[in-house]
Design a protein around this ligand. Sequence first.
Ligand code: ZN
Length: 164
Amino acid sequence: MSVLPILHWPDPVLSRPCAPVGTVDEAIRQFARDLLDTMYAAPGRGLAAPQVGRALRVFVMDVTWKDGAPDPVVLFDPVIDWASDVEVAGPEACLSIPGVTATVKRPASVRMRWTTLDGSAAAATFTGFAAVCAQHELDHLDGRVILDRLAPESRAAALAGYAA
Ligand code: ZN
């Protein structure tokens, strides 16, 4: 088990698009397990590779463990192949921007495809908090944080008093 240090915005790694994982080997599997260990220790419900300094397209999430049974999911090279027209706005926090909460508007549900820990293809439709979490983490892989989804005035208000 390895708990990795979490980078804080505006670390430049958080603003850079990540490279594809490609072939799933034992090294990247171990890294994904470290991501999960780090997420649970934070404690959080989602964590993306650039948040620990690796610019790779992988994130982990577990949207149920804080309320009951753990359900860890590892997503290598995730893509959205469908998003609902209906959008919802809700508060989001980020382990890389401690103390900041921002209201972000996103599609209410999305369908994602990705490669699993054992290298096979998977797909699922996420709704509710899982949809928010998956889109938030996918944003990290594109070098985008919640602040980048805010209008300039809202961004300034969200950052008032923030010190990395
Ligand atoms: Zn985040």
